[in-house]
Design a protein around this ligand. Sequence first.
Ligand SMILES: Cc1cc2nc3c(=O)[nH]c(=O)nc-3n(C[C@H](O)[C@H](O)[C@H](O)COP(=O)(O)OP(=O)(O)OC[C@H]3O[C@@H](n4cnc5c(N)ncnc54)[C@H](O)[C@@H]3O)c2cc1C
Length: 371
Amino acid sequence: MFRPLSLLIINISKHNVASQIKYSTAILPRLSSEKYNIKRKSFGTINESDINHFRSILSENRVITDESDVLPYNIDWIKNCRGQSKVVLKPKTTDEVSEVLSYCNSKKLAVCPQGGNTGLVGGSVPVFDEIVLNFSLMNKVISLDDISGALVCEAGCVLENLDNYVRQHNLIMPLDLGAKGSCHIGGNVSTNAGGLRLLRYGNLHGSILGLEAVKADGTVIDCLRTLKKDNTGYHLKHLFIGSEGTLGVVTKVAVHCPAVSKAVSLGYFGVNTFEDVLQLYRNAKISLGEILSAFEMADNRAICSTVKNLKLTNPLEDYPFYVLIETSGCDEEHDSEKLNRFLSKEMESGHIIDGTVTSEPAKMRVMATFT
Ligand SMILES: Cc1cc2nc3c(=O)[nH]c(=O)nc-3n(C[C@H](O)[C@H](O)[C@H](O)COP(=O)(O)OP(=O)(O)OC[C@H]3O[C@@H](n4cnc5c(N)ncnc54)[C@H](O)[C@@H]3O)c2cc1C
């Protein structure tokens, strides 16, 4: 039976994670260096004159050294890793990033670039005393061409803010993930983030039109092009997509934003076997065609753990597998007719046992937190 969903709306992370959390020593994660038995390499050690130099580049309040203020930047989102950085730097411009990196390079000081610190694999926090280079103040939109859909912005823009901004121009960001309220577009590019819209718009190698980056020695690389059909020469941008700061830091990004879909529906279904999940995916591609925009699967353990840890209520009973299907198109009547026909067929054939469908944005946000 399909029914409308009524659930508590949980907002996963609306604001910058690091600035919100206060830690008590009792709940501190173990130091990553001890946990993973890693030896520090022969990098320089930061001293007072380095701090003063950073203050001369960035000004006093953008060089954070107070231990309790630095702590949240040392701990990752799932509180699995903890670094021992003594300083967080918050540049506002590419020139400042370049000056900082060039200085660190000359002094052999290690640096850890950090976006919204929502990464789940520990890459966003230091292991030892690396300097945290945080991009949260590089958060300006530079331009938007609402005809081509080319958005140019700084690396520290929060994904959800960008999505809200481009929606005013009937566009959307080509990616969407549970961490959108905190993660940065620069972090998304650096991790080659996938997310809910990947099925429709592909990965970031297709959506990123260009970028600007700064190498470890301070050299600025300008590949900030905005032309979608650009087939000239080599495309250096691809090396930076997914490189997690290993080749340099991303400071500006040009993204292709697709047009907003007028009719969006989201369904969440209980499924008995993995074979049924595969069959459902195959049938969804055939029957829903161009309106299928997301298909995600989670097993019972994953959903139970999400429900428990995020204190949610599962709208469905216990099933071995759960599937989330999103459709988006431009004709509500046509799209819902197509979706209903598909769902009736799949329930009849037993690929779907139970489910719930909604077109209300607030309810869709809740459903999306499950997968
Ligand atoms: C609830 C939740 C849901 C998520 N869902 C998804 C998902 O669906 N798909 C997915 O792929 N990921 C997902 N993630 C993981 C994470 O959100 C993404 O990897 C995101 O892209 C990280 O962005 P960030 O700004 O938080 O980067 P951070 O976590 O700060 O950093 C991630 C890595 O990128 C590097 N980095 C950050 N900024 C820069 C920069 N400007 N230049 C160079 N290197 C930089 C860091 O050094 C680090 O190695 C999810 C995380 C959470 C908490």
